[in-house]
Every structure is written in structure tokens, then in C-alpha cells.
Design a protein around this ligand. Structure first.
Ligand code: CMP
Length: 128
């Protein structure tokens, strides 16, 4: 999981981690780090060429993010995605991080892996 620069800037990292912990998930690794453009490009490679790609890269690299590895039962990636809410905060349900705390598609506070395979790939990218 990544708490994006807007989450760090708005002081919402504690709120986001608190939600995960209260749910019963465990933070096993975390690092505040400024992501460079090359790493951001690898991370978001599937979005290359899309109209929002440049703003996505600009956003994730504009300030420190909190990179996190969260552990829990099998399928934890799915639990995290559900807690995050829809990518577009306008459609995110109340009770989710985005539904409660975000309004912008680019500044949507968090990123969560969309499969167990993506989680492995992303953990390998950010914690080689
Ligand atoms: P994230 O979960 O980090 O994965 C890709 C990101 O691209 C997504 O969150 C949004 O921040 C962003 N994104 C996806 N679709 C759009 C869109 N249509 N317009 C702007 N940003 C988008």
C-alpha cells in the first residue's frame, strides 16, 4: 500500500494506518520515501499512454509517500481495496478511506495492489 503525497501533506497517514490496524491487519514494513520518476514509471507502467498518466506521475513524485507492507489473512489485498473505496472518490462509499476523506481522482490518498501478484511485484519494486 502507498499513502500518496496528499495523505502525507494532509496529515492523514495515522488515520489510514489506524483504520487498517483496527480492522486487524498488521503493518510489517513502512518507509517514508520520495519516489523518483523512474520507479513511479515502473509502478504505474500499465497506465502509460493514458490521458491521466502525466498527472499521476507528477502527483506520486511531488513529495514523500509512505510505502507500506500490510499483512493479514489470504486475500488481504482485497480487504485493503474494499477499505480504500472506489478509485473515483465521488463514487466511493461512505466508510471507506476515499469515501470519507477524498474528493479528487488524482489526489485519492492511497494506492493498494489489485491482486496478490501485483502486491508481490510492487513489494519487490519498492523494497528490493
Ligand atoms: P491508484 O489506485 O493509485 O492507481 C492508478 C491511479 O490513477 C489511480 O489510483 C488514480 O489516482 C489515477 N486514475 C485512474 N483513473 C483516472 C482517471 N480517469 N483520471 C485521473 N486519474 C486517474
Amino acid at each position: 500500500m502507498i499513502c500518496k503525497p496528499d495523505a502525507v501533506e494532509r496529515g492523514l497517514v495515522g488515520e489510514i494506518i489506524g483504520r487498517l490496524e483496527r480492522r486487524g491487519l498488521r503493518l510489517v514494513r513502512a518507509e517514508l520515501r520520495q519516489v523518483d520518476k523512474e520507479t513511479a514509471g515502473s509502478h504505474y507502467g500499465e497506465h502509460l499512454g493514458k490521458p491521466f498518466y502525466d498527472s499521476l506521475i507528477a502527483h506520486i513524485t511531488r513529495g514523500p509517500v509512505l510505502l507500506m507492507v500490510v499483512e493479514g489473512p489470504e486475500g488481504t489485498w482485497q480487504v485493503v481495496r474494499t477499505m480504500m473505496g472506489a478509485t473515483n472518490p465521488a463514487a466511493a462509499a461512505p466508510g471507506t478511506v476515499r469515501g470519507d476523506l477524498a474528493l479528487s481522482m488524482t489526489e485519492n490518498l492511497i494506492h493498494g495492489s489489485d491482486s496478490a501478484e501485483s502486491a508481490r511485484r510492487e513489494i519487490g519494486l519498492f523494497f528490493p
